[in-house]
Design a protein around this ligand. Structure first.
Ligand code: ATP
Ligand code: MG
Length: 482
């Protein structure tokens, strides 16, 4: 039996909580790990998109440099040299010269994916020529990049606006431009660039599309990883919840089982001890009884009329002997000696034995057996005792008379059922749950071992016994042999 008092439940709870602590730790660790992975993924996506940005810039810059080199060569050969020969010096303010240069540059950049080509003066930061006419004559437009290029260094400026969040608005304001500045050098006869710097060439290239694509990629990576993490988180949560429940249930079961085992072990020790004592009681009890019998015979001669006193000793030692014998039977269950027997015959034997008692109490015993005999391998003596216990209990319960129906039937796969149904006082649910416990009795002269022994016997035959009872309606004991 599982004790259900509060103190016990509390100890189970405490032990369960200790057991669950390690699981809680694992649970928090997995959530923490998930969070860490999420942050890591975010950082990774940022690194990836940044890398894509760097690669895109590098490629565009290389492209611009190549183009600028080409423009340098062609402008020098096709414009500077002929203009010096023809006009004596370069003066772009001269519309002829400007138009000529414009024609050459336009030819070079035609069909290429660039925004503008601008040429700055070599002495001051002013635009001498640009494919965008509105820029011509503008001062200080080149900035620090112009100064660097004038000193011979090639460099770029990346101008952009908008971030990943701009994608959220309906009309994203994302723009991105790469402006590359290179010195405009003289070209030697061999084709190599000379030392003298004649100005600065600026090539502007619009990268808005590429930049938007990269931002979109970044956003996509983040959204996908966030969604994946969310799904993982939910799945993990469900798993953790289920696992937690299962674990808790198992833990409680295990603790209960262990306590039950401890208790059973204690009872077993106690049982062995009491069984030894009971065994030792039996022989002196026998001596007391036979002495009392002798005493009874002698008392008749010495003090007639007092023999009932000796009879009391005889009766009570007899009762004591029954109790001790029953207890020994319970404490030391025998191994059944199996032989093929007809169950109905055993039942009839038990019913016959109780017949006179039943008649006295006006209890009618009715049997309902199937046509054919039910033959099984059983220990006849043990089963007889078991049936007798149940029938006696029923008769004892129906003090004011009643009916006991004993039925047997054969089910599938050799399953045999035996039912004992009485219309006695019945039992409360609470009482019915306790009847198989040893020493449970409400009779003054009962040991409370009858049904405990019966249960042992049935279980030793591989069967099971159940009780169904309703107060004021009756009780039914069912034995099932598989
Ligand atoms: N058919 C029944 N109807 C009502 N109560 C029953 C019935 N059978 C058993 N009981 C109850 O179950 C208790 C336990 O029965 P059990 O046979 O184990 O012990 P007992 O009959 O009291 O004592 P013992 O069998 O050792 O003389 C009984 O005391 C009785 O209260
Ligand atoms: Mg009994």
């Amino acid at each position: 039996m599982i004790p259900t008092d509060n103190g016990h439940n509390k100890s189970v709870r405490q032990r369960r909580d200790v057991g669950l602590q390690s699981f809680t730790l694992v649970k928090y660790f997995s959530f923490f790990a998930l969070g860490a992975i999420l942050i890591f993924t975010m950082i990774l996506s940022w690194i990836i998109s940044n890398n894509a940005k760097v690669v895109m810039l590098k490629q565009s810059e290389d492209y611009s440099l190549l183009l600028a080199g080409n423009i340098n060569q062609q402008v020098f050969r096709r414009f500077v040299l002929p203009a010096v020969v023809r006009y004596g010096r370069i003066a772009l303010r001269n519309p002829d010269q400007f138009g000529y240069l414009d024609k050459i540059v336009s030819e070079i950049v035609q069909g290429l994916d660039i925004d503008s080509v601008t040429i700055y003066d070599s002495k001051e930061n002013v635009v001498s020529y640009s494919t965008l006419p509105e820029l011509v004559g503008k001062r200080d437009r080149g900035g620090i990049e112009y100064e660097r290029a004038r000193e011979g260094g090639t460099n770029s400026r990346f101008i952009y606006s908008g971030s990943m969040w701009s994608l959220l608005s309906a009309d994203p304001q994302i723009s991105c431009q790469l402006r590359t500045f290179i010195p405009f050098r003289q070209v030697r006869e061999s084709g190599e660039a000379g030392e003298a710097i004649m100005g600065v060439i600026e090539i502007a290239k619009d990268l808005s599309k590429d930049y938007t694509a990269i931002l979109k990629l970044q956003a996509r990576i983040m959204i996908v990883s966030a969604v994946v993490m969310l799904v993982l988180f939910l799945v993990l949560r469900v798993i953790v919840l289920r696992a937690g429940n299962i674990l808790e249930r198992r833990m409680v079961d295990r603790i209960r089982l262990k306590e039950q085992l401890d208790k059973t072990e204690q009872l077993a020790h106690l049982g062995t001890m009491v069984a030894t004592v009971s065994h030792e009681i039996k022989s002196p009890l026998g001596i007391v009884r036979s002495t009392a019998e002798i005493l009874k015979k002698r008392i008749v001669k010495v003090a007639p009329g007092n023999e009932n006193l000796a009879q009391i000793i005889v009766d009570e030692t007899g009762r004591l002997n029954t109790i001790v014998t029953e207890f020994l039977d319970f404490a030391r269950p025998q191994q059944p000696k199996l032989k093929e027997r007809n169950l109905q015959q055993i039942l009839d034997r038990a019913i016959d034995f109780t017949r006179s008692m039943a008649d006295k109490q006006e209890v009618e015993i009715e049997t309902g057996y199937p046509g054919e005999a039910i033959v099984r391998e059983v220990d006849e003596d043990m089963l007889y005792r078991a049936f007798l216990n149940i029938i006696l209990n029923a008769i004892q319960a129906m003090e004011a008379g009643g009916k006991l129906q004993v039925e047997t039937w054969q089910g599938d796969h050799g399953k045999t059922t035996i039912s004992f149904r009485d219309n006695g006082p019945g039992m409360s649910e609470e009482k019915a749950a306790q009847v198989f416990e040893p020493f449970f009795t409400d009779k003054t002269k009962g040991t409370g071992l009858g049904l405990a022994i019966t249960k042992n016997i049935v279980e030793e035959h591989g069967g099971e016994i159940r009780v169904e009872s309703r107060e004021h309606e009756g009780t039914r004991f069912v034995i099932i042999f598989p």
